[in-house]
Design a protein around this ligand. Structure first.
Ligand code: HEC
Length: 462
């Protein structure tokens, strides 16, 4: 009797203990509402929402649940969100960086492996408000559409001019950010994903467009790319190389990129790629402007390390070959701040790194990123880590190419590749934007960052 009642008491006691333990377990459980939804809001929704660039929304639990395993796999492989900066080398702080931390990837995996529970409705963060029409940086102040073009169902890669469109602005203005998106003008699904669920080079038909702004009387003048440091007309002129899958380009507030009154946007060097059905398309340029009266502290100086990445007719990527490497150098001739890193390769491109060799021979790897020709990303440094490059610095740009069947973007790896405009040719260009400064301005910025920089400054060289 006694022993029975003791046992009963024991069971009761154990039950009392188990109750708080279960509650604690429930509380530490990874749920959609509490842990996963905030990650998706920050890093995925800008594309995975109605009107976004991605094929399916990932907003509500109902949207997300069927994709749980695919989400675990694509985030674990760092394929989603598309952002390819090497996390182990170089500068790590960028504007609008959507990439996931190792902890966030582990949180998603734990959630999926635990049956993808929904969780407590009270934990769900309020929904995000997105700008209309699929824009991600905000609703632009001005949208300038390109003329329309037709991409035939089955044609060779095409490149040429698409003409120009007036901005409609009647005062001088400066650009704060620019976002470009391809707009399909036919009905039906905008994105083709092949049977394996993987994209090939069919996501976009416009692979490339050089978008420049100028006063109407200058539009016919050919682009001046002959100057050693600047390509594209003159300092402060908009020159954007739009590439497929590109994120918005955000200009630092201190740097002016001008849209003159009455200016016209010109759509040059369009590269078009057929995707198996006829497509009518244009690109829309969304411009976010500084308020009227804004005066920049500096003008944009140039948009590339031209000397390292000249048009390169010795370019040689053998068929069926991986890890083909190409490099080049560019000498900095004035104190310079480098604002962005943007590898511009084509379909066999795999990785790019940019390194500074300072005048005192100290080398610093500034940035490395992998490359996927569906997603050509602009990596804009946070203001206080944008590299300061004294006069005499050598910029060393390196790129690697995979022209073998392991690269899903290569259409036919049996082909040799040289330099060319087609996506099935290749390129070796490091696009950036820089500010050239006086020695005093440069020294002031070095001092404002505090501490001794890793390099000998221009003044030390004199
Ligand atoms: C810049 C736009 C963009 C962002 C940001 C983005 N995606 Fe995607 N995602 C796409 C596009 C476009 C596709 C379809 C092409 C493909 O599969 O690569 C896709 C495909 C996917 C797929 C595969 C669907 C399938 O058919 O198997 C998954 C899963 C996915 N995304 C999850 C995510 C998650 C999770 C995030 C955030 C952590 C994210 N994506 C961020 C654009 C984006």
């Amino acid at each position: 009797m006694r022993s029975v009642s003791l046992t009963a008491a024991g069971i009761l006691f154990a039950g009392l203990l188990a109750a708080p333990a279960a509650a604690a377990e429930r509380e530490s459980e990874v749920t959609f509402n509490k842990h996963v939804a905030p990650i998706l809001q920050r890093s995925c929704e800008n594309c995975h929402r109605p009107q976004g660039a991605a094929p399916m929304p990932l907003v509500s639990y109902e949207d997300v649940r069927p994709w749980a395993r695919a989400i675990r796999n694509r985030t674990g492989a760092r394929e989603m969100p598309p952002w390819f900066i090497d996390k182990n080398i170089g500068i790590q702080r960028f504007k609008d960086d959507p990439s996931l931390s190792d902890e966030e990837i582990a949180t998603i995996a734990a959630w999926v492996d635990n049956g993808a529970p929904r969780g407590n409705p009270a934990d769900l963060p309020p929904p995000l408000e997105w700008p209309a029409d699929g824009w991600t940086y905000g609703t632009p102040d001005v949208v300038v559409p390109s003329p329309e073009g037709i991409v035939e169902a089955d044609a060779a890669d095409w490149f040429g001019e698409w003409g120009e469109t007036p901005t409609g602005l009647n005062t001088d203005r400066y650009i704060k950010a620019i976002e470009v998106k391809e707009v399909r003008l036919e009905e039906g699904p905008q994105i083709k994903v092949d049977d394996t669920g993987r994209a090939d080079l069919s996501l976009f038909v416009v692979h490339h467009a050089v978008i420049t702004s100028d006063a109407p009387q200058n539009v016919v003048a050919p682009l001046d790319c002959g100057n050693e440091t600047s390509c594209g007309g003159h300092d402060g002129q908009l020159r954007l190389t739009y590439e497929l899958g590109q994120n918005p380009t955000i200009f630092p507030d201190e740097m002016g990129v001008k849209l003159p009154a009455g200016s016209v946007l010109t759509f040059n060097s369009m590269h078009l790629h057929s995707i198996g059905r006829e497509v009518r398309a244009r690109v829309d340029v969304g411009l976010t402007l500084h308020p009227e009266g804004y005066e920049p502290r500096y003008m944009q100086s140039n948009t590339g390390f031209r000397r390292s990445t000249q048009y390169d007719y010795e370019f040689d990527i053998p068929s069926n070959d991986d890890n083909v490497m190409r490099d080049g150098f560019h000498r900095i001739t004035k104190p310079t701040k480098m604002l962005m890193f943007e590898p511009h390769l084509h379909s066999s491109g795999k990785r790019m790194c940019v390194e500074a060799i300072y005048p005192n021979n100290v080398r610093e790897m500034l940035s490395c990123s992998n490359y996927d020709h569906n997603w050509v990303k602009v990596y804009t440094y946070e203001d206080d880590v944008a590299p300061l490059l004294p006069t005499g610095t050598l910029i060393h740009v390196m790129a690697w190419y995979d022209n073998s069947p392991t690269n899903k973007n290569v259409v036919d790896p049996r082909n040799w590749k040289g330099w060319g405009n087609r996506s099935i040719d290749d390129m070796f260009v490091s696009i950036t934007r820089t500010i050239e400064m006086t020695e005093e301005e440069f020294q002031a910025e070095v001092a404002a960052r505090g501490g001794t920089p890793a390099f000998a400054t221009s003044q030390d060289q004199q």
